[in-house]
Design a protein around this ligand. Structure first.
Ligand code: BES
Ligand code: MN
Ligand code: ZN
Length: 502
């Protein structure tokens, strides 16, 4: 999709469609008013007759409005003018796209950027529009032989800004958001691929491709022998049950000041989670191909950073395995030694995410990280606790938690903190090893994070449990690309902060 910004009056746009907002109840936005006046009251008449109330998501397409240069005008309901939230602003944009797809328009001028969203400026609104539009238009067709593509697809969006003074800000927003959006797409594509294609080796190959694409990226792939030498007994224990070899992928993007310690992102890359010997029930097991969404989000994020040539130091570590019940698979009761030296009693082979993450988290120490954030589809309990709106967030450093919560609010890709109190730690008691890999019945997301916290004592760390947000089930099953947007917002915020302090 092509995106640009422009300032100018709606009636002067020689284009396929001009999109303007209507608020509830029946209140015209400034651009809608201009079009109304110039066309002799057509819009206000329709609104008065009840054709358009301005409710969120409502649309009305008009043709050949008098004294305008555009072919169509699309009215989009944005709900009450006073409470346009992030989520509502996105919904309005998506309603716009859905209606436009069913029209013949290919080039669009959107004036929805006029809509007032509390505490948000034009940069933000353009960014959110781009993400919402790309989300709406995303399709995963790689593995279909028969795809019905639209005959006249949308080609270009021009976002209106209120004056020439906003053009530069608008252009920066377009550049940033297009990079984020490309990262989201990469993340979705990888996650939507099935387990027989997207194996640990496949992820490693994709990471190596990034190195060819971006000169500042350096990719290293450790194989099982390398990991053996490092003492990663926990990661290797999970990998043993599969014919596919496990890997540790390391991607370094060091474009920042060399004195700046890196932000380290660790992404869970279980390319298929059968549960292992603690086999999962059959229903929906196919969705466990999404158990590498943490890895996918980390790859999407670092490629967006590289695309923007952001002067920051970022390291991604991806432990990737397939969790299978092969003849050599770990069994409940097995005890393994992690890279940290701690022994782990594996009481449930389906709690494999933490077993591969703990070695990756120990490995992260060598980067002397500024912060470490791990991203993982770690627990079904997180879906029970929070559903599919926010990711679960836990960690050992409150400024980091605070920054992530803020980045989530701003990007609309939200997370919500759960307590990581010491009270929960005793759940991980083992009679035979230093630590057990599962806790008791309750608070599964927290006890999983408690397990990880034993391996993150040497640095500032946060954990995002994305089990509820990384993909959608049901008829529209598919990866969401979350939390690339959150991570990029966090990194961009950190970049702004570093500019101010230097
Ligand atoms: N990948 C799953 C978590 C998961 C389950 C995410 C369902 C999304 C939907 C993880 O490896 C897992 O199996 N966790 C277990 C932990 C339990 C054995 C302590 C779970 O959540 O059931
Ligand atoms: Mn599992
Ligand atoms: Zn898993």
């Amino acid at each position: 999709m092509e995106y640009t910004v422009k300032s100018g009056s709606p009636e002067k746009q020689r284009i396929g469609c001009v999109v303007v907002a209507v608020y509830a109840t029946r209140k015209l936005s400034p651009s809608a008013k201009i079009l109304d006046e110039i066309s002799g009251g057509v819009i206000s008449n329709l609104v008065r007759r009840g054709e358009m109330e301005g409710d969120l998501g409502q649309t009305l397409l008009l043709h050949n409005l008098e004294n305008t240069l555009c072919d169509r005008v699309l009215l989009v309901g944005c709900g009450k003018e006073k409470d346009i939230t992030t989520q509502n602003f996105r919904k309005a944009n998506q309603a716009m796209v859905k209606r436009l797809q069913a029209s013949g328009a290919t080039e669009i001028a959107s004036y929805l950027t006029e809509a007032p969203v509390k505490r948000r400026n034009i940069t933000w609104k353009i960014g959110q529009s781009i993400e919402a539009i790309d989300e709406c238009l995303y399709q995963f067709n790689q593995l279909k032989t028969d795809t019905n593509l639209p005959r006249r697809p949308l080609r270009k969006f021009i976002f209106s800004v209120s004056g020439r003074g906003q053009l530069t800000d608008g252009e920066i927003a377009v550049r940033n958001s297009m990079a984020v959006s490309t990262g989201i797409k990469l993340s979705k594509d990888l996650a939507n691929l099935p387990g027989n294609i997207c194996t640990p080796a496949y992820l490693a190959k994709q990471a190596t491709t990034l190195q060819e694409q971006y000169p500042k990226i350096k990719t290293t792939v450790l194989d099982e022998e390398d990991m053996e030498k490092l003492g990663m007994g926990s990661l290797l224990a999970v990998s043993r049950g599969s014919r596919e070899a496990g890997k540790l992928i390391i991607i370094e993007y060091m474009a920042g000041d060399e004195k700046q310690d890196p932000i380290v992102l660790v992404g869970k890359g279980v390319t298929f989670d059968s549960g292992g010997i603690s086999l999962k029930p059959g229903a929906s097991m196919d969705e466990m191909k999404f158990d590498m969404c943490g890895a996918a989000s980390v790859l999407g994020t670092i490629s967006a950073c590289a695309e923007l040539q952001l002067p920051m130091n970022i390291v991604c570590i991806i432990p990737t395995v397939e969790n299978m019940p092969g003849g050599k698979a770990i069994k409940p009761g097995d005890i393994v030694t992690s890279m940290s030296g701690k022994t782990i009693e594996i009481l449930n082979t389906d709690a494999e995410g933490r077993l591969i993450l703990c070695d990756a988290l120990t490995f992260a120490e060598k980067y002397n990280p500024d912060v470490v954030i791990d991203i993982a589809t770690l627990t079904g309990a997180c879906v029970v606790a929070l559903g599919s709106h926010p990711a679960g967030l836990l960690g050992n450093h409150s400024p980091l938690i605070h920054n992530l919560l803020n980045a989530g609010e701003k990007s609309g890709d939200r997370c919500w903190e759960l307590p990581l109190w010491d009270d929960y730690q005793e759940e991980l008691h083992s009679n035979f090893a230093d630590i057990a890999n599962i806790g008791g019945k309750g608070a599964g997301t927290i006890t999983a994070a408690c397990f990880l916290s034993r391996f993150t004592k040497k640095y500032h760390w946060a954990h995002l449990d994305i089990a509820g947000v990384a993909w959608k089930s049901g008829h529209h099953k598919g990866a969401t690309g979350r939390p690339v947007s959150l991570l990029m917002q966090y990194i961009l915020d950190r970049y702004e902060e570093s500019k101010q302090s230097s």
